[in-house]
Design a protein around this ligand. Structure first.
Ligand code: GLN
Length: 484
């Protein structure tokens, strides 16, 4: 097995037994990034010098007896997380050249756990998108088929882990941006409960929905990384104070007697037959493992997309008001007045999808339309949450497809925003309800990965991970890195 194929846990074994040093492991990843990333486009910034110094330090600490949870493991961060002294663009021209003076809490926690930072990954501009094609800088390709998208908006982070260009990475998920790219790239991706992970230093898209989480190749790796980044943070008032359980320990365990609900409404019209086949196959596996698998109805599911595309743009229109060329990144040259400077900076700095969202959101919040759109969407959000509350009275977890399709060709949906939005039809309701959702690979269709989504009640991460790990052990899927 080559170094870039090691899971996080196996890499840690090799580091602990001194079979390999962090410097060797890091150099292996840097070489692979050097040889493959001009084809894949997963990284916006490779922090090679920082990675080498992190690795040397990790080896030194280990020699002195330190055994921090990720000591010496090379990871990547979505370019939405502020990194002290390292350019952070959020995939946007408006933040080109922005070098934050501080670290996001998740970046601090990874560093304190001994992780080595390889770089910052590509993403849809301000995390708005499902294919990473809305990045202002480059498209990322799917490692399974270079003619297809990796999903989005955290497509760079998903592709990096899938291709062996990082042992693990972090992304963010507002409506599906961890789970959907994980599904399309054949890796594990977890959006925790809203508030489980601090959003401090994470550039805001829709603040009532945004949540950070890990990409890894196995559920056990995911449990480890989540344990490192989760937990209370005085710098984020929405970070939950609840203690962080030992996710690795809780990921072990049986499914016998567990109640698993399968929401009928998630098997949407237009779902690819190969995707449905793979997901139904996974449900059979859960039954074989002793779970009691039954259908459940979630009647408000079909309204989630419309509600999300009012609430998320409304919050985005407010959050993105700060990009006016005064404090951050890009400022249009040659403006004559202050207003002219704002207008030109925003006109030149934002891409078309971001402008579409700002217009949608501003409209939904405007006086006269506020009640008809924004307030109505919030009421629907409450009904969707009530569907989940009801389901979790009878079921421990819900299991559904993550995406209705496998990865689609580059350019296939760029001209049709609605077709792109439909890519997240199975993940949006979970986001609106603030619940944890895990993607676990469950086979191939059309030779491309298919993802299974495991949904838990609020703070039900342990059960979700337990189901994911048990499924992973029993399924035929072996974490593998496609030939590139
Ligand atoms: N694709 C969805 C959107 O464009 C979700 C994005 C996300 O989760 N950041 O809004």
């Amino acid at each position: 097995m080559e170094l870039h194929e090691l899971t996080v846990l196996r890499a840690l074994d090799a580091l602990r037994s001194r079979e390999v040093s962090s410097v060797e492991l890091t150099e292996a990843y840097l070489r692979r990034i050097e040889s493959l990333d001009h084809t894949l486009g997963a990284y916006l910034t490779v922090t090679a010098a920082r990675a080498r110094s992190d690795a040397r330090r990790a080896d030194e600490l280990r020699r002195r007896g330190d055994d921090a949870p990720l000591l010496g493991v090379p990871v990547a961060l979505k370019d939405i997380f502020c990194t002290n002294g390292i350019e952070t663009t959020c995939g946007s021209r408006i933040l080109k050249g922005f070098v934050p003076p501080y670290d996001a809490t998740v970046a601090t926690r990874l560093a304190e756990a001994g992780a080595v930072l390889l770089g910052k990954t590509n993403m849809d501009e301000f995390a708005m998108g499902s294919s990473t094609e809305n990045s202002a800088f480059q498209s990322t390709r799917n490692p399974w088929d270079l003619a297809r998208v990796p999903g989005g908006s955290s497509g760079g982070s998903a592709a990096a882990v899938a291709a062996g260009l990082a042992a693990a990475s972090l992304g963010t998920d507002t409506g599906g941006s961890i789970r959907q790219p994980a599904a399309l790239c054949g890796v594990v991706g977890f959006k925790p409960t809203y508030g489980r992970v601090s959003r401090y230093g994470m550039i805001a898209f829709a603040s009532s929905l945004d949540q950070a989480g890990p990409f890894t190749r196995t559920v056990a790796d995911c449990a480890l990384v989540l344990g490192v980044i989760a937990g209370h943070d005085p710098s984020d008032s929405t970070a939950l104070p609840d203690p962080v359980p030992d996710y690795q320990a809780s990921a072990d365990g049986e499914l016998r007697g567990l109640h698993v609900g399968v929401p009928d409404e998630y098997f949407v019209a237009g779902m690819e037959p190969g995707v449905e086949r793979a997901v139904r196959g996974a449900l059979d596996t859960l039954t074989e493992l002793g779970a009691d698998v039954r259908p459940v109805s979630m009647p408000h599911t079909s309204y989630a997309l419309a509600a999300y595309y009012l609430i998320a743009p409304a919050e985005a229109s407010a959050n993105l008001a700060r990009y006016d060329g005064v404090k951050y990144g890009y400022r249009a040259p040659n403006a004559n007045t202050t207003l002219d400077a704002y207008l030109r900076t925003r006109g030149e700095g934002f891409g078309p999808e971001v402008k579409r969202r700002i217009m949608l959101g501003t409209y939904a919040l405007s006086s006269g339309y506020y009640d008809a759109y924004y307030v109505k969407a919030q009421k629907i959000r409450t009904l969707i949450k009530a569907d989940f509350d009801r389901a979790f009275e009878s079921f421990d977890v819900l299991v559904a497809p993550t995406s209705p399709t496998v990865a689609f060709p580059l350019g296939a949906k760029t001209a049709d925003p609605l077709a792109m939005y439909l890519s997240d039809v199975c993940t949006l309701p979970v986001s609106l309800a603030g619940l944890p959702g895990l993607n676990v690979p469950c086979g191939l269709a059309d030779e491309m990965p298919v993802g299974l989504q495991i949904i838990g009640p609020a703070l039900g991460e342990e059960t979700v991970l337990r189901v994911g790990a048990a499924y992973e052990r029993a399924s035929a899927w072996q974490p593998r890195i496609p030939e590139i």
